[in-house]
Design a protein around this ligand. Structure first.
Ligand code: PEP
Length: 251
């Protein structure tokens, strides 16, 4: 009932030439897949190029970040309206690298989520705990803080338009993946947080797993009841690996 989504986060990687070769390889392998949504999130400077390259295919495009402001004197920032103007569909919000390296708080991430919703972008709200937080049994409180900040600002019903990505920080870019059961438990917990406010919306919300998902472990993660897709970093930079993950999620 929830349609799987596989989303590639290219982070600060790519070049005009590399993007073209990656997408050419990807399009040829995924264009006939049914029952899966596919998107890529290139660096902002390449959004226009990537939108052109995927035009006429079933691949959608997302941004990696947006400003919580509408417009004005915010040097270096990119607004949601600009992303919509280009034709972007999704935007990541609160990726753990933005939280840990650029000081994005739960409140700022909630404000960005609201801005994305206001302009008609689909926010992909990234949440997840660090290893220390997991080891000290703070995981539930951390996830609740991250999700509830958005519920408080935007309302629980907006999760009908929000995608959540559970990304344990200790699994991002480390090669260490959550076990399928660890992912399932966290996803069920997140769904439960939304269900506490709005049970019907909670059933509908797509929850992606992210953290060293690759062509070898994708199928068993995607087989879990509450894992509705993947947010893929490193493996999304290789057409074959990303296509294999997309195939694992397809009908
Ligand atoms: C990510 O950047 O969201 C991510 C999950 O990265 P990786 O797949 O490389 O762990």
């Amino acid at each position: 009932m929830r349609r799987p989504l596989i989303m590639g986060n290219w982070k600060m990687n790519g070049s005009s030439m590399a993007n073209e070769s990656l997408l050419t390889g990807l399009i040829s392998q995924v264009s006939s897949l049914q029952g899966v949504d596919i998107a890529v999130c290139p660096p902002a400077v390449y959004l226009g190029q990537v939108l052109e390259l995927v035009s006429g295919t079933s691949i959608d495009v997302g941004a990696q970040n947006l400003s919580e402001q509408k417009s004005g004197a915010f040097t270096g920032e990119i607004s949601g309206d600009m992303l919509r103007d280009l034709g972007v569909t999704y935007t990541l919000v609160g990726h753990s690298e933005r939280r840990s390296l650029y000081g994005e708080t739960n409140e700022l991430v909630a404000a960005k989520t609201l801005k994305a919703l206001e302009v008609g972008l689909v926010p992909v709200l990234c949440v997840g705990e660090t290893l220390e937080e997991r080891k000290s049994s703070q995981m539930d409180a951390v996830l609740a803080g991250q999700i509830n900040a958005v519920i408080e600002l935007c309302g629980a019903d907006t999760f009908g338009q929000i995608i959540v990505a559970y990304e344990p920080v200790w699994a991002i870019g480390t090669g260490e993946t959550a076990t399928p059961q660890q992912a399932q438990d966290a996803h069920a917990f997140i769904r439960g947080l939304i269900a506490a406010q709005s049970p019907a919306i909670a059933e509908r919300v797509t929850i992606l797993y992210g953290g060293s998902m690759n062509e070898k472990n994708a199928a068993e993660l995607l087989a879990m009841a509450d894992v509705d897709g993947g947010l893929v970093g490193g493996a999304s930079l290789k057409a074959d690996s990303f296509a294999t993950i997309c195939k694992a999620a397809a009908e």
